[in-house]
Each structure stands twice: as structure tokens, then as C-alpha cells.
Design a protein around this ligand. Structure first.
Ligand code: PBG
Length: 324
């Protein structure tokens, strides 16, 4: 018998053959770009730890959305940074809040761009926690009312999809019921179902000005050591009416993405978070990694693990490369 019998290298011999047998492809349509909206006009402030990403006023956000649309990117997810924060997160569910006005402006100028909104309170509370604080603890059930009101106000402003990221128990059901009651039964819920208490959110908290003033988020976000618990969280969110489930962060949690894809039949999204982005940017800036290859490899790995949808700060550069 001649040796070796099997020669897998045959299918790696040229780019056309490699492309023919490639199992996973990236498509800009499955990427979602997070945007940070601030008050003011003509504001475009670069986020120090997230090069190429900006806090933008509504007018600049609209311009950005037009570019996102022309690059064929799947959509945007909006985060709002209000001027005024209080104990009650009032600006989160104000019909004239920063996100509500941004949605209306985007829908007026770039109507066919998919607009998802992050539904959470941490950018709106004076203490930076994701819910109502009672005796130094985040009160789950009281927070559900804020989340429902926020989701309804986003839908009313024209949001195509809402994405609760707070990790309160029962929020998907509460939001679904509130949306249905207000005749928004057509608005899907993308649930941050398995969201870990991760150090990789660091740069985001600078971008969204949402770092907690005391304590941390470990009483509501998940312990990075737990995988079975993630499956339970996802199952609960689906039972409560989630249309799409999300795992966050993405790169360090590929096992969770993979298992979620195997077990559940809803679309799976993954959030490549600010710290994952920042690590690649920083290494590339030091000349330690090739930027574009690291970016694409990180994204294709998330797709290979099983996520159809990726929220990523690389959406624009990746879409530009992919369309070449
Ligand atoms: C809000 C929220 C956070 C992120 C998305 N939504 C921060 C947090 O939980 O502290 C992180 C996103 C990122 O790091 O890119 N709750």
C-alpha cells in the first residue's frame, strides 16, 4: 500500500480549490455594528480604547447609518448616552430620549436599515447599575417595569428589534407582553441570553459611560466558569418568547456558542465585545499582529462555532474587505 493513503493537502493546493471546499463564509449582512449616540450636533468623539469607533450626535449617527447601509452591513444596534442620569433611569424610557430621537432620525433618512436597540438601564442610572437599586441591591422585579417601558418606547419610535442586555430574570416575558399589549407583536426580541460578567466589557464602559459606581455586575451577569447555566438561561429566554438568543462575549465563549447552536433551533447571535476588539487593535498597532487577518479570523471562528449573527465593532472594515 503506498504511503500516505490520504492526502488532505490536495484540497489546499490553490485558492480556487480552498474556496470550493470552504465550510464557513462571512457575509456583511450578518454583521451588526454597535453605535453610541450622544447629545449635541456635529459631535464625533473617538473612543480612546476603541480606535475607529465614536460617540456621535444624532446627525452624525444618521450619516454613519447611511454608510453602514451602503456597505451592505446587516444593521446597527444603538446605545444611548443621556446628558442627565438619575436613580430611576428616566431617560431610558422617555419618548424624547436620546435613543428614541435617534431611531426616528435614522428611520426618516435611512428607512431600510435594520435598527436594533439595546434595552438596558446602566447608561441611564446615576449609579451605573442595570436596574433599580434598593438597599444596595438591584431589584429584579421593579426593573422589569423600566425595561418594558423602554422596549415599548423604542418600538414606538420605530425600532425594528429590541435587545434586552440587563440579565434580569423574567425580562423577556415582561417585554414580550408589554410589546404585544401595545400592538408591537411584530417586533422581535434578540435576548442577551447568556451574558457573562466579563472583564472584556472594559472599553465599552468608557464608550457608554456606564461603569457601575459601586460594586460590580456579578449578581446579575453570569459567572465565566459556567456552561450548563448558560443553557438554562437560553432555554428560559426561548420559553419566555425570545426570537434570537445571544452569547456574549464571543471569542472566549465559543464553546457556549457551539453548544447553543447544537441544542436550540432559534437563530444564534454572538457579541464580539469591546475588549475583544481592543486586544486585536492594540496588538496590530504594536505591529504584533496583522490587523485584517486577525479581524477576519476572529469573525470566521465565531461563525464556525455556530453563530449566524455577529455584533462587532469590526463591521465596517470587515464589510469593506469582504466586498473586495
Ligand atoms: C449594557 C451592555 C454592556 C455591553 C453591552 N450592553 C456593558 C455591561 O454589561 O457592562 C458590553 C458591550 C461591549 O463590551 O462591547 N448592559
Amino acid at each position: 500500500m503506498p504511503f500516505p493513503i490520504h492526502r488532505p493537502r490536495r484540497l489546499r493546493s490553490s485558492e480556487p480549490v480552498r474556496a470550493l471546499v470552504r465550510e464557513t463564509w462571512l457575509n456583511p449582512k450578518q454583521l451588526i455594528l454597535p453605535l453610541f449616540v450622544v447629545e449635541g450636533e456635529g459631535v464625533r468623539r473617538e473612543i480612546g480604547s476603541m480606535p475607529g469607533n465614536f460617540q456621535m450626535s444624532i446627525d452624525e449617527t444618521v450619516k454613519e447609518c447611511a454608510e453602514v447601509r451602503s456597505l451592505g452591513i446587516g444593521g446597527v444596534i444603538l446605545f444611548g448616552i443621556p446628558n442627565k442620569k438619575d436613580e430611576f433611569a428616566s431617560e431610558a424610557y422617555n419618548r424624547n430620549g436620546i435613543v428614541q430621537r435617534a431611531i426616528r432620525a435614522i428611520k426618516e433618512h435611512v428607512p431600510d436599515l435594520l435598527v436594533i436597540t439595546d434595552v438596558c438601564n446602566c447608561e441611564y442610572t446615576s449609579h451605573g447599575h442595570c436596574g433599580k437599586v434598593v438597599k444596595n441591591e438591584v431589584d429584579n422585579d421593579a426593573t422589569l417595569e423600566w425595561l418594558s417601558a423602554t422596549a415599548v418606547s423604542h418600538a414606538r419610535a420605530g425600532a425594528d428589534m429590541v435587545a434586552p442586555s440587563d440579565m434580569m430574570d423574567g425580562r423577556v416575558k415582561a417585554i414580550r407582553e408589554a410589546l404585544d399589549e401595545e400592538n408591537f407583536s411584530r417586533v422581535p426580541i434578540l435576548a442577551y441570553a447568556a451574558k457573562y460578567a466579563s472583564v472584556f466589557y472594559g472599553p465599552f464602559r468608557e464608550a457608554a459611560e456606564s461603569a457601575p459606581r459601586f460594586g460590580d455586575r456579578r449578581s446579575y451577569q453570569m459567572d465565566p466558569a459556567n456552561a450548563r447555566e448558560a443553557m438554562r438561561e437560553i432555554a428560559l429566554d426561548i420559553e419566555e418568547g425570545a426570537d434570537i438568543i445571544m452569547v456574549k462575549p464571543a471569542g472566549p465563549y465559543l464553546d457556549i456558542i457551539h453548544e447553543a447552536r447544537q441544542r436550540f433551533d432559534v437563530p444564534v447571535a454572538a457579541y464580539q465585545v469591546s475588549g475583544e476588539f481592543a486586544m486585536i487593535e492594540a496588538a496590530a498597532r504594536n505591529g504584533w499582529l496583522d490587523h485584517d487577518r486577525a479581524m477576519l479570523e476572529s469573525l470566521v471562528s465565531i461563525r464556525r462555532a455556530g453563530a449566524e449573527i455577529i455584533l462587532t465593532y469590526f463591521a465596517k472594515p470587515a464589510a469593506r474587505l469582504l466586498s473586495k
